[in-house]
Design a protein around this ligand. Sequence first.
Ligand SMILES: [Mg+2]
Ligand SMILES: [Zn+2]
Length: 182
Amino acid sequence: MENKAADIKEKHKAVFFDRDGTLNEEVDYLYRIEDFRWLPEAVEAIQYCHAQGYLVIVVTNQSGVARGYYQEEDIRKLHEWMQQALQAKGTYIDKFYYCPHHPEAKVAKYRQVCDCRKPKPGMVLAGCRDFNVDISRSFIVGDKKRDIDSGENAGVRGFYYHGGSLLETVKQAIAAMEHQDK
Ligand SMILES: [Mg+2]
Ligand SMILES: [Zn+2]
């Protein structure tokens, strides 16, 4: 803590979470706070990750922006609300990354084949860069193959969330990760 330079050089382990269908109920093109519902023990899963020394990073495809259904500002507001809800429970998300693009976007500004739309690894790689993440000790949790693939394309292991308690999924994933270290 006293030595800031050493602190910055230190590698961190991270859990990358998909958002919709993993942290919260899947709702088509979710952006309204009133439509947001945490999935079972999602908040506890985030608390557990921090307690085990992991950063918590969200990586979410938000093509609703490209499709003109909502604005980037709506995403930021929803994420701000999520942070406040988490802070009320003594926890937080270290950073949100979202991809607003789509190759066939209605909104020209977002019409592109980007590097961030999962299964591309751009958001995971950005998180690794921004937080000096140790790829070999980090993993992604998601409900879709494209989540797993985006992690694996960045070099981190992927674990499926199949519903039920997210905390249980995360506990098993962390046990598997810590086991591989030995
Ligand atoms: Mg999902
Ligand atoms: Zn993108």
